[in-house]
Design a protein around this ligand. Structure first.
Ligand SMILES: Cc1ncc(COP(=O)(O)O)c(C=O)c1O
Length: 371
């Protein structure tokens, strides 16, 4: 195995923009990283402030209360029943995404290839590199859905897993998960379906790969965006019982566990839908407002199928997404992510995260009109 040479952290590349934007009289408005700005539900916060159970080790696979809440939520949302060996928790989902190839390769060392959408969350490729696997991007269509037919037979034969992400980060596209499930069954390749944005699906009801079946698939869910709990670090994975049991036991041996008080609070969050609906409307209204503001700059975007990002085309007068992002930083103090942070096919786009309070989102419109 080659020694690991670590790339620069993607968002560190925006540090210079932040310095420039900092000199705007109104200060920086940061729409780059998708970190929620809104508060988690009150009862969840209250549960954390009265935290108990800190003396003992928490369950690695999840307390029975949390597993029940997650399973009920899956059932309510997707009409899928989960048995106890089909679900387990993780410490937020980024660590799961980054470690999954490594853990799966220990299960099947004959496979060394991680397939992931060419335009996607950078940790899919990073997880492959950490595992010493080949990170092979799957071409995307013009609507940014994956083109499964483009996968080379030689890569398919070596595939440890295929990642899918719907609603997708950064482009907000909705994948045909039934088709991806059938592809998985036909080719015998495990599919990991990252469904962390499903609560904010606008173009349809939320979809999960589990609605097609559980064999050789994992669905991965997070409370970070759904309930504004990115700071709590809690998510879960579910699906094929053989794979869930393997990962759950491995993760227990490795001491990967979510703190007990966080597990209690997470159960309360999964039991409630009201705050999620309110958050969904909040994002939808911010996305509409951002669409209007950016269109004044000649920067057009379609309303996303889901998620909390606007995926907007760079106006023609700019030479690149970096050129445009630099201009936004200096002219209106706004930081966005150049699209090629997520893959080459994003090079003429920017990603705008709707993660600032409403008054800041309205202020952008004012800044654009008075620039
Ligand atoms: C597509 C996708 N998957 C996973 C994550 C990780 O989220 P967390 O680790 O907070 O659960 C993110 C975070 O932005 C994401 O965009």
């Amino acid at each position: 195995m080659e020694p690991l040479s670590l790339p620069e952290y993607p968002y560190s590349k925006l540090d210079d923009f932040k310095k420039v934007a900092g000199s705007h009289p109104g200060g920086v408005i940061d729409l780059s990283i998708g970190t929620p700005c809104d508060l988690p539900p009150n009862n969840v916060v209250e549960s954390l402030s009265g935290a108990s159970g800190l003396n003992g080790y928490p369950s690695s696979s999840g307390s029975s209360v949390l597993i029940e809440s997650c399973s009920k939520w899956i059932n309510r949302t997707f009409d899928v029943e989960l048995k106890s060996d089909e679900i387990s928790i993780c410490v937020g989902t980024k660590e799961m995404v980054a470690s999954l190839p490594h853990f799966l390769k220990r299960r099947d060392p004959s496979k060394d290839t991680v397939l992931y959408p060419e335009l996607s969350y950078p940790t899919y490729a990073m997880g492959a590199l950490i595992a010493g696997c080949r990170a092979v991007p799957v071409q995307v269509n013009s609507d940014f859905t994956m083109n499964l037919e483009s996968i080379e037979k030689s890569d398919l034969d070596r595939a440890l897993l295929l990642w899918t992400n719907s609603p997708g980060n950064p482009a907000g596209q909705l994948e045909d998960l039934e088709k991806i499930y059938s592809w998985s069954q036909a080719h015998g390749v495990l599919v990991a379906s990252d469904e962390c944005y499903c609560a904010f699906t606008y173009a349809s009801s939320p979809r999960s790969i589990l609605q097609s079946g559980k064999r050789n698939v994992l669905a991965i869910h997070s409370l970070s965006k759904r309930s504004n709990l990115a700071g709590a670090r809690v998510g879960f994975y579910c699906g094929d019982p053989e794979i869930v049991s393997y990962l759950s036991l491995l993760r227990m041996h490795a001491g990967l566990m979510v703190a007990g008080p966080i597990q209690e609070a997470a159960a309360l969050a999964y039991d409630d839908e009201e705050h999620v609906l309110a958050q969904k409307y909040r994002y939808a209204s911010r996305l509409e407002s951002l669409m209007r503001s950016f269109s004044v700059l000649g920067c057009k975007a379609d309303f996303p199928g889901g998620g909390l990002y606007l995926w907007a085309k760079v106006p023609e007068e700019f030479t690149s997404a970096w050129d445009f992002a630099g201009n936004l930083a200096s002219s209106i103090g706004v930081i966005v992510s150049p699209g090629d942070l997520y893959g080459r096919s994003g090079s003429s786009y920017i990603r705008v995260a709707a993660v600032q309070p409403d008054e800041k989102i309205f202020e952008i419109e004012q800044r654009i009109l008075t620039r």
